[in-house]
Design a binder for this molecule. Structure first.
Ligand SMILES: Nc1ncnc2c1ncn2[C@@H]1O[C@H](COP(=O)(O)OP(=O)(O)OP(=O)(O)O)[C@@H](O)[C@H]1O
Ligand SMILES: [Mg+2]
Length: 382
C-alpha cells in the first residue's frame, strides 16, 4: 500500500532521513519510533508530499506519490499533525470538515459526517460541534485532530504523535479507542510516537529509526524477543517480558466464571459462598459489580455486613479491552491477587488473577521458544 524506496531528505549538511526503505501493507498499523530528531516527522511529511524527498521514491497504492494530483492525495491520505493544529477561529464542526470542504461536499453531508466522527472518537456531537479549540482540553483537541484526519474516509492515515499532549490515563484511553476504531475501519496507518509502550500496543509492525536510518522493522513480538542491537535493546527497555503483556487484552485470559454472590442475598448465603471460595464479588440484580467479600476479613467475629467492601468499579476493576499489563499494575497497586473485569456499563464479566498473568508470560516464552527472560527480576515488578 505504502512503499518507500531509498528515500533521503537532506537539509544542508543534515541528513534528516537517510536511504529509508519501508513497506506498509494495506490495513496495517506501522509505528515509527525513535529519539527526537531521528526523522519521523520528515518521513510523514514526505509521504504526504508536504516536502519533497531529495532522492528516492514513494509509492502509494502502486502509484508514484509525486504524480498524484492534490485532490487524489487529499482523498487518499488523512493527516493528524504533531501539534494537533486545529484552526482557532473555526468551531469543531468546521475544523473536522476542512478536507471535505476542499473536496466540495455540501453542508448537510459535512455536518452529518462531523457528527458521526465525534461519536466515533467518543465526544457528544450536541456538546462539541459548536465549541472552539480554546474551549477544549488537550485530550479532546487530539480526538478532534483524529476525527479531522478521518473526515474524508481516506484509506491511509498518517498520525504524528496524535496522543502526545495528554496525560497517561487519557492516553491509555485514547489508545484503546484508536485500537477499537482501527479494528472497525482497517485503515493503513503510519503512526509516529516516542512511547514504546504505545508502539507495542498499537503496532502491527514497529519501525525503529535512529539518525534518519531504519534500524529494525518487525512485529512488536519479534522486536521484544530479538532486538537487533544494543540501541534497540536499550530503547525497548529492560522489562521486555512485562512489555509483552501490553499485547494481550484482558479478555483473552480472563476467567469468565468468577465467584459471585448477589448483593441482595442473605448474610448466610453470602457466608456460605465465601467459605467455599475464600473470596466473592458482589453484584446487584443487573450483574453490576458493587463490592466484594473476603473470608480473611470475617475473622475475629466480624459480621458479614461489616466485612463487605464497597467497590468503585473505576478503582478496582479493568475493562475487557485493557491490556494485561494494565491489569497487573492495578493489582500490584491495590495489593490484590485478582482483579475484576467489568464492561463499560459496570457489569462484572470476569476476573484476572496473578496466576493467569504469569501464565501469559510463560506462554509467550514457550511460544517463542526463548529462554525464560533473564531480565525479569523482582525489580521489574516494583
Ligand atoms: N526544515 C528543516 N530545515 C532544516 N533541518 C530540518 C528541517 N526539518 C527537520 N530538520 C532536521 O531534520 C532532523 C529530523 O527532524 P524530524 O522533525 O523529522 O524529527 P522527529 O523524529 O520528528 O523528531 P521529534 O521526535 O522531536 O518530533 C532533525 O535533525 C531536524 O533538525
Ligand atoms: Mg516529529
Amino acid at each position: 500500500m505504502i512503499h518507500l524506496q531509498g528515500v533521503t531528505k537532506r537539509y544542508g549538511d543534515t541528513l534528516a532521513v537517510d536511504e529509508l526503505t519501508l513497506d506498509v501493507a494495506e490495513g496495517e498499523v506501522c509505528v515509527l519510533i525513535g529519539p527526537s530528531g531521528c526523522g519521523k516527522t520528515t518521513t510523514l511529511r514526505m509521504i504526504n508530499r508536504l516536502i519533497t524527498p531529495t532522492s528516492g521514491r514513494i509509492m502509494i497504492n502502486d502509484r508514484d506519490a509525486s504524480e498524484l494530483k492534490a485532490e487524489e492525495l487529499r482523498r487518499s491520505l488523512g493527516y493528524a499533525i504533531q501539534s494537533v493544529g486545529l484552526f482557532p477561529h473555526l468551531d469543531v464542526a468546521a475544523n473536522i470538515s476542512v478536507v471535505p470542504r476542499l473536496l466540495g461536499w455540501d453542508k448537510p453531508r459535512m455536518r452529518d459526517r462531523a457528527r458521526e466522527l465525534l461519536e466515533l472518537v467518543g465526544l457528544d456531537p450536541e456538546q462539541y460541534m459548536t465549541k472552539y479549540p480554546s474551549q477544549l482540553s488537550g485530550g479532546e483537541a487530539q480526538r478532534i485532530g483524529v476525527a479531522r484526519a478521518l473526515a474524508a474516509d481516506p484509506p491511509v492515515l498518517l498520525m504524528d504523535e496524535p496522543f502526545g499532549a495528554v496525560d497517561p490515563l487519557n492516553r491509555e484511553r485514547l489508545q484503546g479507542e484508536f485500537a477499537r476504531i482501527q479494528r472497525e475501519l482497517h485503515k493503513t496507518v503510519v503512526f509516529v510516537t516516542h512511547d514504546i509502550d504505545e508502539a507495542i500496543r498499537l503496532a502491527d509492525r514497529i519501525a525503529i529509526m535512529r539518525d534518519g536510518r531504519l534500524v529494525q522493522y518487525d512485529t512488536p513480538e519479534a522486536i521484544l524477543d530479538s532486538p537487533v542491537d544494543h540501541f534497540v535493546r536499550d530503547f525497548v527497555g529492560s522489562d521486555r517480558a512485562l512489555k509483552r503483556l501490553v499485547r494481550v487484552p484482558v479478555s483473552d485470559v480472563m476467567d469468565t466464571d468468577p465467584p459471585v454472590a448477589r448483593r441482595a442475598a442473605t448474610a448466610e448465603e453470602m457466608l456460605a459462598e465465601v467459605k467455599r471460595t475464600r473470596f466473592v464479588y458482589l453484584v446487584d440484580e443487573d450483574g453490576r459489580l458493587t463490592g466484594w467479600l473476603d473470608r480473611a476479613q470475617l475473622k475475629g467475629g466480624c459480621s458479614v455486613e461489616d466485612a463487605l467492601s464497597d467497590a468503585d468499579p473505576h478503582q478496582v476493576a479493568v475493562a475487557p479491552d485493557a491490556s494485561l499489563k494494565e491489569a497487573l499494575s492495578r493489582m500490584l497497586g491495590l495489593g490484590f491477587r485478582s482483579i475484576a473485569v467489568v464492561e463499560s456499563g459496570g457489569r462484572l464479566v470476569g476476573q484476572v488473577t496473578l496466576g493467569s498473568v504469569e501464565g501469559a508470560m510463560t506462554d509467550s516464552d514457550d511460544h517463542q521458544g526463548a529462554p525464560v527472560a533473564p531480565e525479569l527480576d523482582s525489580g521489574d515488578l516494583a
